[in-house]
Design a protein around this ligand. Structure first.
Ligand code: UTP
Length: 278
């Protein structure tokens, strides 16, 4: 059973400057809820209740969001506003939150390694909150879909999506044996390939389930471009020596780390979730 989920939230969010100068990118609201809350709700829906954050300097607002706000709550007590805090207060009450710091922002692989003390030697999920995933109406969330796949295969699982050829350079891209039902057994994986070097147009998005042998593989990964330690090499080793499943998920995904994706998400959520009370 997987019960743990790691949220690497230490990045600088430079694409959103100046908004992210004094505020974490993951606290940007899509309509009236911060990105990180959507992400934690998705994890909790998937049955994960041990929530760990890898934070960094200037990320205090995330810790405060998942804590009670005594003064504020006293102020609005008895008014209709209480309802607006109901969902986040439910998350706080029914789940465990823990935080650790990544001192140097050396990439996603390094962030995952920094979370080891929180996740322990258990399989765990990793969610990048700036990828907002919205399930189709009546369907389960992307992470809940992935937990089912993990339970079937018992190896690392990555979420993938088809992207246009001129966007593959932004992602980790996989190649694999098509097993049907959106599942691929990964046999190659390249981080941010040029269009002509991409093994396919199947791009990894910000949802992973990782088995704990990932740590030693990350430790053995040399830093790449910009001194960053990616997770792709470690996953490729797992794929070669064991098994990694790539899963073309159901539902919509918005790249809220980019301005265009963020605006698209805001319009979609407003029209399809907020106004419909979903
Ligand atoms: P990104 O590279 O998209 O985020 O990392 P960023 O660096 O914050 O954004 P830009 O490019 O400067 O605008 C994806 C996720 O991984 C986390 C980020 O917080 C983000 O959620 N991350 C990235 C870390 O936690 N640590 C790192 O060293 C790098």
């Amino acid at each position: 059973m997987i019960s743990k989920c790691l949220f690497p939230v230490a990045g600088y969010g430079t694409r959103f400057l100046p908004a992210t100068k004094a505020m974490p990118k993951e606290m940007l609201p899509v309509v009236n809820k911060p990105l990180v809350q959507y992400a934690v709700e998705e994890a909790v829906e998937a049955g994960l209740s041990d929530i760990g954050f890898v934070t960094g300097r200037g990320k205090r607002a995330i810790e405060d969001h998942f804590d009670i706000s005594y003064e504020l709550e006293k102020e609005i007590a008895g008014s209709t506003k209480v309802e607006l805090l109901k969902d986040v207060n439910n998350l706080i009450e029914h789940n465990e939150f823990a935080f650790t710091r990544q001192v140097h922002m050396k990439g996603l692989g390094h962030a995952v390694l920094s979370g080891r003390n929180l996740m322990g030697d258990n399989p765990f999920a990793v969610v990048l909150a700036d990828d907002l995933c919205v399930p189709d109406e009546g369907d389960i969330g992307v992470l809940a879909q992935m937990v089912k796949i993990y339970n079937q295969f018992r190896c690392s699982v990555v979420a993938i999506q088809e992207v246009p050829a001129d966007e593959v350079h932004k992602y980790g891209v996989i190649a694999g044996e098509d097993m049907g039902n959106g599942l691929y057994r990964v046999n190659n994986m390249v981080e941010k390939p040029a269009k002509e070097d991409a093994p396919s147009n199947l791009a990894i998005i910000g949802r992973y389930i990782l088995t704990p042998d990932i740590y030693e593989r990350i430790e053995a990964t040399p830093a790449g471009v910009g001194g960053e330690i990616q997770i792709t090499d470690a996953l490729l080793q797992q794929a070669k020596e064991g098994c990694v499943i790539a899963y073309k998920f159901r539902g919509k995904r918005f790249d809220c780390g980019s301005i265009d994706g963020f605006v698209e998400a805001t319009n979609y959520v407003y029209e399809n979730l907020y106004k419909k009370g979903r």
